[in-house]
Design a protein around this ligand. Structure first.
Ligand code: FES
Length: 198
């Protein structure tokens, strides 16, 4: 009988056969949630943080550990915009294209970055420095237009200030070497989530 890739991995709750230590981070989250299937999103978050993106082996591993069909895990990973199935660049810039941001020049920001770096949203520059992405409402409409550059939320940017910020980042300077727009706001994702929860 021909074994499938999934069947051949019979290492439930034990060290991943690859020996890659990053799987330990995934295992820790699996254990924290007692391998409950409804912890899938949490586990995928940890996996993506550890590996940068979710490749096939990782999705198979998570599916196996949570005893979920691979098609289900794959479906969740592709449904949410914050999961990526492709390698990401050293820096990522996600621009919100929700209505509030769209009317405040989000499309112009995307167009300028596309022109500057020669990539479309969903792509990474050939040198692996920058990945561009777009998203639906990021939940901070009061700061429109909103972008997330690496883990930092930027609000009230202009196309020019965004480009200056991203250029500085890609050049390896402190992100603050870019000039946020007058009145621009920055916050970490965590701070934004905390503020919204209040
Ligand atoms: S529309 Fe962009 S944050 Fe809501």
């Amino acid at each position: 009988m021909v074994k499938t890739k999934l069947q051949s991995k019979k290492t439930l709750s034990t060290e991943h056969p690859s020996g890659d230590p990053r799987y330990k981070l995934v295992d820790r989250t699996l254990k924290r949630f007692r391998f409950q299937q409804d912890a899938l999103i949490e586990v995928l978050h940890t996996a993506q943080e550890a590996f940068g993106f979710l490749d096939d082996d990782l999705l198979i591993y998570v599916a196996q550990q949570l005893k979920l069909p691979l098609s289900w895990v794959y479906g969740v990973a592709t449904f949410y915009h914050f999961f990526s199935l492709k390698p990401q660049g050293e820096h990522t810039c996600t621009i919100c294209m929700g209505t509030a941001c769209y009317v405040k020049q989000a499309a112009e920001i995307v167009a300028l970055l596309k022109r500057e770096y020669g990539i479309e949203p969903g792509q990474t520059t050939p040198d692996g420095k920058l990945s561009l992405a777009t998203a639906r409402c990021l939940g901070s409409c009061g700061l429109a237009p909103v972008l997330v550059v690496d883990n930092e939320v930027l609000g009230r940017e202009t196309p020019e200030s965004t480009l200056a910020y991203v250029r500085a980042l890609v050049a390896g300077q402190s992100a603050n070497g870019g000039q946020p727009a007058v009145g621009a706001a920055t916050a970490t994702i965590e701070e934004t989530e905390e503020a919204e929860a209040l």
